[in-house]
Structures are given as C-alpha cells and as structure tokens.
Design a protein around this ligand. Sequence first.
Ligand code: NAI
Ligand code: MG
Length: 503
Amino acid sequence: MNAPTNFDLDALKADLSAKSRELFIGGKYVPAASGETIDVVNPATGQSFATAAAGGEEDINRAVAAARKAFDGGWPQTSPAQRARLMLKLADLIEANADELAFTETLDNGMPLMMAKMGAVGAAAEQLRYNAGWATKITGETITPSFPGEWQCMTLRQPVGVVGAIVPWNFPFAMAVSKLAAALAAGCTIVLKPAEQTPLTAALLGRLIGEAGFPEGVVNIVTGYGHSAGAALAAHPDVNKVSFTGSTAIGKEIIRASTGNLKRVTLELGGKSPTVIFGDADLSKAIPSAAMGIFGNSGQVCAAGSRLFAHESVFEQVVEGISAMAQNLKVGSGLSPETQMGPLVSDKQQERVLSYIESGGSEGASVAVGGGTVTPEGCEGGYFVQPTVLTGTVSGMKVVEEEIFGPVLCAMRFGDDDIDMIAKSANASDYGLSSSIWTENITSALKLARRLEAGNVRINGVGGGVDPALPLGGFKQSGWGRECGRAGVEAYTELKTVSIGLG
Ligand code: NAI
Ligand code: MG
C-alpha cells in the first residue's frame, strides 16, 4: 500500500467542508432533529474543516425504532449465506473507496495516512471478510441430559437483537466496522454512535452500506456527543445489547445505564499494559517493538505498552535505544508521507497528556527524552506531544497507575529473574488488557504468560496488531467480554436450550 496516490485531496476537503455529514437512519441520510452540528477539527492544525450532525435522544429513538423494525422485519431470518454476501460486498466497497476513507480518517483523527490505510480501511475490510465467514458457521450443540425419559436436547444461538455500538476516536473506522461485522454476522441490527471527535468516516460508511444492498434499518449511524446521543443509546429500553469501547469511567456509566432493561454489555476499556524485557532478549527486535508499542498512533491505543519492565543488565541500553528512536521519530501531519507519529486527537487530549508528564515530574520521575509539545512545520495550532520516556517511575505515581493515552512510556527495572516477582509488578494495575514479553528462554516466557493478568500476551512479537481471528479484551477493569474470533461473534447471540421429549 505504498502511496504514490493520485487522489484529489483538495476535492475531498472541499466536499467535506461543503456538506455537513448527516445521520443515517432507516437507510436515509437525515439531519439531526435539533439541527445542531459538531465542528470537526483537524488535530494537525487545530482548524475546523467540516461539520457533522449532532444527534441526540430523539435521533437515537428514531434509529432504534428503525433497527427494531429491520430486526422484526426479517434480517435475522435472512439466510446466513446472504448476510455473508452483503458483508463481503461491503468489504469490497470499503476497499474501492479506500483513499477517500483513509484521507478522511487522517484529517479527522490525525493518524499517519499509511496507518489510516492499513489500520482503518484495510483492517475494516478484513473484519468484514472474517466475520462474513462466521455468518454461515454459528452453531449450537446437541446434548444428552440425565433426567428421566428419552430426550433430544439442543442449543440454538440466536441474535441478541438490536445492538448499540459506541466507539471511540483512536481507531474510529476500524472499531466501528469491527463491531458492525460481528453483529451483522450474528443477525443483529445496529445503531452505531461514533465519537464526537471523529465522526466523518463512520458518516461516510452509510452510503456504502446502502450501496452494498443491506435492507433499510439494519445499520443506522447517529453521530453525536457522548452525554446526549451516547447516553440515550446506552439507556434505551429497546436496545438489547451495548458494545462499548472507550474509557473505564464511561464503561462504568454504560453499566449503570444498562440496568433499566438489563441489556447485555460488552466493554473494551483502557489499559496500562506491561512490556517485559529479560536480560537475554533479542534487543534488536525488543527495542523498536517496545518503542512503537507506545509511540504508535501517538500512544492512543488501548493496548499500548505504557509500562516497561527491563532487566537491570539491559535497562540502560533499552532506555537509550527507545529514547534514540523517540528522537528520530518523524512527528508531523499524518498527510505528509514521511510522518511516523501524528498529533493527539484534540486539544483536550494534548492537555491531558502534558498534565500527566508534569505530574510525573512533580512525583519524582525524570524525563529521559521528550516531555513537551512540538510544532512540526506547517502544523502551527496542532496538538502534538513529543514521544516521551520517563525513568525513576515507581508504583503509586499517577503516571504509572493511570492510563495516559499518549506517547509516554514509564520505564522501570527489575533485578532478578524470579517470574512470580516480575508477574507481581506487571500485574500491579487495575487494568489487564495486553502485555508483551521478550526473552529467548521459552520457559520463562510461558511461565510469565500464564501468570500475567491480561487478555492478550505477546511473546517476541514484532509488528502485527489486531487480527479479526484473535480474541481481544481485558481482565479486571479493562473490560467485559471479548471482541474478535468466535467469542466476538457469540457475544452478539443469546444461547437457547431446546429440549424435545421423545416419550
Ligand atoms: P470516552 O470514554 O468519553 O469516549 C468514548 C465513546 O463514548 C465516545 O463515542 C463518546 O461519545 C462516548 N460517551 C461518552 N460519554 C458517554 C456516556 N455518558 N454514555 C454513552 N456514551 C458516552 O473517552 P474520551 O473522554 O474521549 O477519552 C478519555 C480517555 O479515555 C482517554 O484519555 C483514554 O485514556 C480513554 N480511552 C480509551 C480508549 C480505548 O480504546 N480503550 C478509547 C478512547 C479513550
Ligand atoms: Mg477530529
């Protein structure tokens, strides 16, 4: 996907600025009932460049009614093969519109264009293709019970119903589509609520859903703020399930909002994921991977490796290596081809990250590299923070305990190879999303992998990312349930036991 692209960026910009992106409800684009809009800001410049409809409770009510109508009107009875075909068609349409979607994602979120192409468009298409395969493979079991008489018993997996999908701004398009993909495979209908910071690619998706031929109301998209549209969706009495990705604080709000009708809830929340580097690790791989594990997407990644634990025999070398990478990282607008790290998504996130760095300093941490803002050429007004490494960090400090969601690494050392001690340090967190282990000793790696309280453990892993086949989710306050893989599709089903008495 190396761009030389002859895509007409000026035409896209003109189009985005000329037309406020509307809500997609019941197969039609409509303005928000209130007529209100969201100003969409390019985080590389701080300039607003587009508007999107700010949907509220009334719009959510309309969208849920449309989703209910589609659910009751036969979407779950559509043959699995037909659902799969529609999903494959949508994947093709997304790829056919890859440039438009990727440039829009970069303008909206700030991520490097290459990442938008692979992390947004490519990942979304692959989620659809993978989950299209599941549509025809969702099965129950047959079970022989021990109660008296002769019985044929079986389980059915049926779609949970109308799904509310609430997604964040860090990988807006990929996350929206991955939730849609699993829900559609299971036979659910959906109301999608994108993040207010990044509404555009989801808003563009409506057109492609229409073109793919999905029946009206199967997918509805309501852009809007969390406190209005998001809260209304989470509390809606006719929504059967909410799938949420975002902060742990709002995840808890979602649970509270779900109690009215006890809707099902899955949560993919924050993290404070450890990267553990043993003394025998292959540092030529471990160092760049640890660096990109925290600086990739400017650290705005739920699974970012934000706590480093390196053996004291390699600690200095690891910190120097990561710091050198930080210094050489090309920070800039996501639109310029050499950019490796873009801005943070908003002024609010920039302030938040800077205040964490400041709090680290006041609690006794040292800045090994970075620590402030930076203004790349042509990006005056952008929300950039330098890739930063903090040393002298210890548990109890805010920077070690809390999710920063920026390019800030807390580097810590360990003295001996006692796996239980290392696991204890790595597990000393309210979160438990991801983790990464570097060692040439397979026994150490596997022992530690078994002890880590994390939904995902990666051993000696270079590159990669979210794969639609691999379950993703967290222990502890990193969430409830799993996305991706079989578990991810089954999370959109109810399990029903049917027992047939044979006399
Ligand atoms: P957030 O949790 O407020 O936003 C995520 C989504 O939830 C957005 O679509 C938002 O509109 C919606 N939302 C907000 N309030 C809601 C409510 N009361 N009811 C229903 N939906 C609601 O996250 P925010 O404030 O944008 O970011 C703050 C921090 O959250 C970040 O610094 C980071 O630590 C964490 N975060 C984690 C993410 C992850 O991937 N796990 C993604 C985004 C943020
Ligand atoms: Mg934006």
